[in-house]
Design a protein around this ligand. Structure first.
Ligand code: V47
Length: 391
């Protein structure tokens, strides 16, 4: 049971009124969309517990007390990257210590090494390196699929897709069809950072712009692929820029309905050029989860990625708007290069226990939210699709 459970609608509105959030609570109960001004008020409210109670209300209206996870593994096929983002500790140039690029077969070996585990998804993302030929990406997908034919490949951020289409010298729509034929099943949410041009100019000016990220996501969704979406927070962005980012995701979702899950990504400063920035606190992380749930009324799932939030905060986030914690992961590099102190992987049973300890009902899903296993097969029947409806 959530720490906010057991409150009637009237009590929730009463609590919100006492803390100057009454009008927002009324809108939420009437299922009305929150405005940019509402988003700003929620970011600026000193009463995190009230913001959390509102987000939890919406989360429980959508998902009850179910909490989703999957059995997945990450494969970061190269850390070679020419984008030189100042927040990133993972990127390398050729010849730098630790630089690597896996062959397709080496990536497939990582998948073969987990054949004894019930892995349903491989999450494959990496740096952007223009010398990698187009055939490499197709071979990578084919090799992983050959290693484990049942696996769902969630791969290539919008930033990588931009580079892949450039090196292929083909329109993205054609490239997406070829990647799908080679095994691509869906697209992860990374690389969006924060859409503000101000922040991009100071922090990742070589990366595609927010407009370009959204346009590629539009094409991905039109190609029939689902994707996730993210926001990198806790660096130099303002609350106005965060609300604008969420609103732009929401507007694209109105158009395509292609986003499955929103994941706020907390900035990890260690070993990056921005090591002097303190990064977000636990309070900031919980607020981002809550704001995601409250503003993104048309995206079904909000993920508390335990690898970057720490397990205890991810557990708490399940009562602040999140309904998903990602998966077993197996070998995480991006956040561990940036100082994450969480384990690099977790066993499935441990993940189930973390969710139970947080007072939620664990449900194993596949990448597209079909229920694989459920602690409550009546409310979340195996084989059925988890809700993907709006709030
Ligand atoms: O694109 C890189 C971010 C992203 C740092 O779709 C950093 O299910 C914080 O997108 N501090 C990759 N963030 C991770 C990602 C993701 C993770 C889990 C699940 C899903 C999903 C997607 O991480 C990058 C970049 O935006 N990032 N370095 C850093 N130092």
């Amino acid at each position: 049971m959530s720490c906010f459970a057991g409150r009637s609608n009237d009590e929730l509105v009463g609590l919100a009124r006492e803390h100057q959030l009454g009008a927002i609570a009324e809108k939420l109960l009437a299922r009305e969309r929150l405005s940019i001004e509402d988003g700003l008020a929620l970011y600026r409210s000193p009463h995190l517990h009230v913001v959390g109670a509102l987000a939890n209300h919406v989360r429980e209206r959508m998902h009850g007390d179910l909490a989703y996870f999957n059995v997945n593994q990450h494969v970061n096929y190269t850390n070679l990257c020419n984008k030189l983002c100042r927040f990133c500790a993972f990127q390398r140039l050729p010849g730098q210590p630790g630089a690597y690029q896996m062959t397709p077969d080496e990536a497939a070996d990582k998948v073969r090494a987990q054949l004894h585990e019930p892995v349903t998804e491989v999450h494959m993302v990496a740096g952007v390196w223009p010398k990698i030929p187009y055939e490499y990406y197709l071979d990578l997908l084919r090799a992983v699929k050959a290693a484990r034919p049942s696996i769902h490949i969630k791969a290539f951020t919008m930033v990588e897709l931009d580079q892949i289409a450039k090196v292929a010298k083909k329109p993205l729509q054609v490239v997406l069809e070829e990647l799908k034929a080679a095994g691509l099943g869906s697209v992860p949410g990374g690389g969006a950072e924060i859409f503000s041009e101000r922040v991009r100019a100071q922090t990742y000016h070589l990366k595609i712009s927010g407009d370009e990220w959204l346009e590629i996501a539009r094409k991905v969704h039109r190609a029939g692929l689902r994707s996730n979406c993210t926001m990198l927070h806790g660096h130099i962005e303002t609350v106005e820029e965060r609300v604008e980012h969420l609103d732009r995701l929401r507007r694209l979702q109105d158009e395509t309905h292609g986003f499955q899950t929103y994941i706020p990504l907390s900035f990890h400063p260690d070993n990056s050029e921005m090591a002097d920035v303190p990064g977000p606190t636990a309070v900031d992380e919980l607020r981002e989860i809550a704001l995601g749930r409250l503003m993104l009324d048309n995206i079904a799932h909000v993920k508390a990625y335990w690898i970057l939030m720490d397990v205890a905060i991810a557990q708490l986030a399940l009562s602040y708007g999140a309904d998903d914690v990602d998966g077993t992961v197996v070998e995480e590099r991006i956040y561990h290069d940036a100082g994450a102190t969480t384990p690099q992987q977790v066993q499935r049973d441990q993940l189930v226990q973390w969710i139970l300890d947080a007072g939620r009902v664990p449900v194993e899903r596949d990448t597209l939210y079909q229920v694989v296993w459920s602690a409550d097969p009546v409310r979340a029947p195996i084989g059925r699709a988890a809700p993907v409806a709006a709030s």
